[in-house]
Design a protein around this ligand. Structure first.
Ligand code: 9WO
Length: 254
């Protein structure tokens, strides 16, 4: 699949796309990311891409014309390459919250065009005419849409075939049940600390795989019940909780 990213800061992308388990997906072209430096689409001699807002006030607005030119160039390039157009996505706290179900959908599609805002934002007429999907990482403000774009690309890259080992894909299957993850431990068995030693939960050293699986499930259930009761309700409504899960939840004092 192909992602076209329109941004004032294309140099932010390579550092994330050349490291870690997702590197393979980007370098193989499984997730083919094309960067479109917005300044290349400025029309005046100063390569201007922003101007003052009508109505006054602080800050600058991203000009419509360079953005429309860039979007046009992306559309042509995708069509020429035989790629499906795909949605144009803009990142904003007013957008729809990104979740794992949306990442799975996008990971199965043709990709998208990612529009990264800067300054006070993009001329509204561009958003009205061109944007299919506004996506949010949560209720906070950043200085640009590049980090949300990278978050989306990272989440999609790790869903590609062959990026995670078999064992980890199974782990991911268990996140398909929509619960928070259980805690993880590794060596040493006892961590010596000034405040007192911290042992690894003994069940994890027992070698009893069924007991370990049950312990992990119960840690997931109790953490999710405490922190995200909405996810417990959703898992229950979707029939993703077993009788054993329900019995365990009933023992929790909430
Ligand atoms: C900023 C903003 C603040 C309050 C209410 C709505 C808002 N929309 C935007 C916005 O779209 N800003 C543009 C992109 C330009 C300035 C930097 N941008 C941005 C995106 N800041 N924060 C985000 C963002 C995107 C997704 N999830 C969280 C924050």
């Amino acid at each position: 699949m192909r992602f076209d990213v329109i941004t004032l800061f294309p140099e932010l992308f390579a550092p994330f796309m050349t490291v870690g388990v997702t590197r393979r997906a980007f370098e193989s072209g499984q997730v083919d990311v094309r960067l479109w430096p917005l300044r290349d689409f400025a029309s005046d001699n100063y390569r201007r891409v922003d101007d003052r807002p009508y109505g006054g006030g602080p800050g600058m607005v991203m000009l419509a014309e360079p953005l429309l030119k860039a979007l046009g160039a992306v559309r042509n390039a995708r069509s020429e390459a035989g790629a499906t157009a795909g949605p144009v996505i803009h990142f904003s706290p007013t957008g729809r919250p990104i979740n794992q179900a949306l990442l799975r959908e996008l990971a199965q599609g043709p990709g998208a065009t990612l529009l990264c805002g800067r300054y006070e934002g993009i001329d509204q007429r561009v958003l009205d005419r061109e944007v299919d999907l506004e996506l949010s990482l949560g209720d906070f403000v950043l200085s640009g849409g590049e980090l949300p774009a990278l978050a989306l690309l990272d989440g999609i890259a790790r869903l590609q075939e062959g990026v995670l080992s078999d064992a980890r894909s199974h782990e991911q299957d268990s996140f398909e049940d929509g619960l928070l993850d259980c805690p993880h431990y590794s060596r040493p068995e006892v961590l010596a600390l000034p405040e007192g030693d911290q042992p690894v939960p003994p069940v994890l050293l027992s070698g009893h795989h069924a007991d370990i699986a049950r312990w992990r499930r119960e840690r997931s259930l109790s953490l999710t019940a405490q922190r995200r009761p909405d996810l417990i309700a959703a898992a229950r409504a979707a029939g993703r909780l077993s009788k054993a899960d329900e019995r365990y939840l009933a023992t929790l004092a909430l």
